[in-house]
Write a protein that binds this ligand. Structure first.
Ligand code: SF4
Length: 745
């Protein structure tokens, strides 16, 4: 039905612009109408050596727990007092004395017959160790399972239900939290007659004394989750309470639940070993008999002077097993975190890859690592530097051949490749492209704000500093060679950034005025408190907010006002460069327009250079002097704003411009761009846009086009359509208004 409306004979396929799916008519030629499927990623088992070691350790213990008693060469209770101990003559007895010979037993040291020697009771220590694994592990896992169920049910119910239920359940948890677990366990094990011989009862007692801490943690997490947008959305869409808890809330708690399960297992094993060591878990020789466990082995060894007599094979192996099992559980805990949390997984892999690549320094927050052969600033010769000045149009920030990877070595994702940008004083450079094209990565890495695993692998970023006010550095600075102190002197004072999410950038518990005051106090220490307040009011006035709102907290301002406040903060120190990363994307069009007009006014007044990042080309046309278009981490087209808007030369730019329906004129079928942005792990060969390009040629699938001048030096484009006398489609050969004006003159 839809096809008959949108165009007979044309197939429908999803089109995405900035991750927003639309239904659009596919281009008539060029790309396949079949949706583009990227290689399915199979969930990877963690490859970290730590995790693998943990898995191996736990697998070995699991085998021992299941098969240990059959693998044991002897029954752990079997004694052979004749052959399995040394008989040592008691001094003063036997031949030559008046007393009949008497002997005392000494355990045998490890041998081929007894791998871990024997005990003083003429029993095989290896057999006891193997047989003990099952009970020890069983108690640990059962106690952890019971404690986890209790903590999830009580913690999540308290957090989600709130009100009286929360108060009641929290009170119960707090009471259990206040009870000292181990002493209680010892008392119960001592006074409950069956406790010693029943490992199920022991596990239950341990679980009852350990669940409360995790329940409190889960309650706190649930409290924060229950008001999140996706839970609210589920609620208003009519989902039942239990379904919301099971489907929306619980999956987000899995890392905590898994970690607490492993931690409780370890605690339960320790607790079981302790009560067995104290003789409260039932001896195998008592009535009713208890089970062999590592605590019982330790108890027997210590009670019979094994430590002082040097019979290490009796007491050391159970201790080593306890330590090994604890290590395995802890390592697996890391693995669960990595497996469940993709961000941790990526960071872990990248750290490993970074180590292989030779990055020795620990990645610092706000200091993107640089892996390149770079000249030190002192080695930059004046003749190497471009001409710079402080007049309008002079270069202030030059990015040359910048490449940025996420991760290192084989695991690296090439997020930005060989990009050149020049920001000029008093000018606005627009950077456009779909989400994931590398715009933000490029801008933030240029000022070293991206944190690892992002790594700058090539290029240089030169900042030609001539402070507008204040006492910032003067001269050309290579930002990729700058150290922490140099960057700190530049950021905010000389290069300011405004991000999209203003609420995240403002401290929610401090008034906006206090945050302005902090900023001015640090960077303009000579100003008095009154002058700082006056300057803050002046800045608010500049962005169209009443100065009274300085007394407000961030949540008391609307989204537009908060964004204006952020812009006022960014210009507070009169920077030479402003990086605006989608500053108006989340705002309505009216507020958007007001903010853009204020930005243009501020730019004219202060004279800063602006890098404006957005996916909205139509917005850039009004604001920017020049627009650069990025795709799959590469710059693909650069042109004066009007030229790019009226006469795009790149098929991708043409697609971006035709994603939005015109407000005027006849109804036309939407063209847009077929398919989705490519997976940077798996880029197509040749031009990265070729699977989506309606004008793709065979050469496009083989060779990567590089940026090359077009129409003189006025613009550049990376597209084979504009090389080698290829036939340029009419849509990409519209007259350039800038050239037309030039001809007219
Ligand atoms: S080189 Fe040009 S025509 Fe070829 S696929 Fe890329 S954008 Fe399309």
């Amino acid at each position: 039905m839809s096809s008959s409306i949108l165009g007979r004979g044309r197939s429908l396929e999803p089109m995405t612009i900035n991750s927003t799916s639309l239904i659009a008519v596919s281009p008539g030629a060029g790309p396949s109408a079949v949706p583009i499927f990227h290689r399915t990623r199979i969930l990877r088992i963690p490859r970290s050596p730590k995790v693998l070691a943990g898995l191996v350790i736990l697998a070995v213990f699991a085998v021992l727990a299941v098969l240990g008693r059959w693998m044991a060469p002897y029954n752990p209770n079997t004694t052979d007092e004749k052959n399995w101990v040394q008989h040592v003559l008691v001094p003063g007895t036997g031949p030559g004395t008046d007393f009949p010979a008497q002997f005392y037993p000494l355990p045998l040291a490890p041998s081929a017959a007894h791998w871990l020697g024997t005990t003083v009771f003429a029993q095989d220590a290896w057999s006891q160790l193997l047989s003990s694994t099952q009970a020890t592990l069983f108690v640990g896992l059962l106690a952890a399972a019971i404690a986890t169920v209790l903590s999830v049910v009580i913690g999540v119910s308290a957090g989600y239900l709130g009100g009286g239920a929360d108060e009641g359940l929290s009170l119960v948890a707090n009471v259990f939290l206040a009870i000292p677990g181990l002493p209680l366990l010892i008392v119960i094990a001592n006074y409950v007659p069956a406790a010693g011989s029943s490992i199920v009862l022991v596990a239950a007692i341990i679980a009852v004394t350990t669940w409360a801490y995790t329940a409190r943690t889960l309650r706190a997490q649930t409290l924060s989750l229950r008001n999140r947008d996706f839970v609210e959305a589920a609620r208003v869409s009519g989902e039942g309470r239990s379904r919301i808890i099971l489907v929306e809330v619980l999956p987000n708690l899995i890392p905590i639940v898994a970690a607490s399960f492993l931690f409780t297992s370890l605690s339960a094993i320790s607790a079981y070993v302790v009560i067995a060591f104290l003789g409260l878990a039932g001896s195998p020789t008592s009535s009713p008999p208890g089970l062999w466990n590592w605590g019982e082995m330790l108890r027997e060894g210590f009670a019979n002077n094994a430590v002082r007599s040097g019979w290490w094979w009796w007491w050391a192996p159970p201790g080593v097993f306890i330590a090994l099992l604890g290590t395995g559980l802890a390592l697996l805990n890391f693995g669960i975190d990595e497996f469940i949390n993709p961000r941790l997984r990526a960071a872990g892999l990248s750290r490993e890859a970074a180590r292989k690549a030779g990055i020795s320094r620990r990645p610092k927050l706000g200091l993107t690592p640089v892996l390149r052969d770079r000249p030190h600033p002192a080695s930059l010769r004046e003749s190497d530097l471009p001409a710079s000045g402080d007049g309008p149009g002079e270069p202030v920030l030059e990015i040359r051949g910048l490449s940025i990877d996420y991760g290192c070595g084989d695991e690296a994702v090439h997020a930005v490749v060989d990009c050149d940008l020049t920001l000029r004083r008093g000018r606005v450079l627009g950077l456009a492209g779909e989400s994931g094209s590398g715009k933000t990565t490029l801008a933030l890495a240029a000022i070293r704000l991206l944190r690892a695993p992002a790594v700058i692998t090539a290029g240089e970023v030169l900042f030609h500093s001539k402070p507008i006010s204040g006492d910032g550095p003067v001269g050309t600075i290579d930002l990729l060679a700058a150290d922490d102190d140099e960057l700190r002197a530049l950021r905010w004072s000389e290069i300011a950034v405004v991000l999209q999410s203003s609420l995240n950038a403002l401290n929610p518990v401090i008034t906006i005025g206090a945050q302005f005051d902090d900023l001015l106090q640090v960077h303009r220490p000579h100003l008095s408190a009154t002058e700082r307040w006056a300057r803050s009011a002046e800045l608010f006035d500049m962005v169209g907010i009443n100065a009274e709102r300085l007394r407000s907290y961030p949540h008391e301002l609307s989204g537009g006002m908060r964004q204006r406040a952020m812009i006022a903060m960014a210009i507070a120190l009169e920077p030479q460069v402003m990086i605006l990363d989608e500053p108006t994307t989340a705002l309505d069009v009216v507020t958007q327009r007001e903010i853009i007009e204020e930005l243009i006014g501020l730019r004219d007044r202060i004279g800063f250079a602006t890098l404006f990042i957005t996916h909205d080309l139509s917005l850039l046309v009004e604001l920017a002097d020049e627009i650069d278009v990025m795709y799959a981490g590469r710059l693909m087209e650069r042109a004066p704003a009007a030229s790019l808007f009226r006469a795009p030369r790149l098929p991708y730019t043409h697609g971006l411009l035709h994603c939005f329906p015109p407000l005027h004129g006849p109804r036309v079928a939407m063209e847009g761009i077929a398919g989705s942005p490519p997976d940077l792990h798996d880029l197509p060969s040749g031009c990265p846009f070729n699977p989506r390009c309606r004008w793709a040629m065979p050469k496009c699938r083989l060779e990567l086009p590089r940026m090359a001048p077009l129409d003189g030096d006025a613009r550049e484009v990376a597209c084979w359509l504009h090389r080698d006398a290829a036939t340029v489609p009419a849509e990409l050969a519209l007259p350039d208004p800038a050239l037309a004006r030039g001809v007219g003159r």
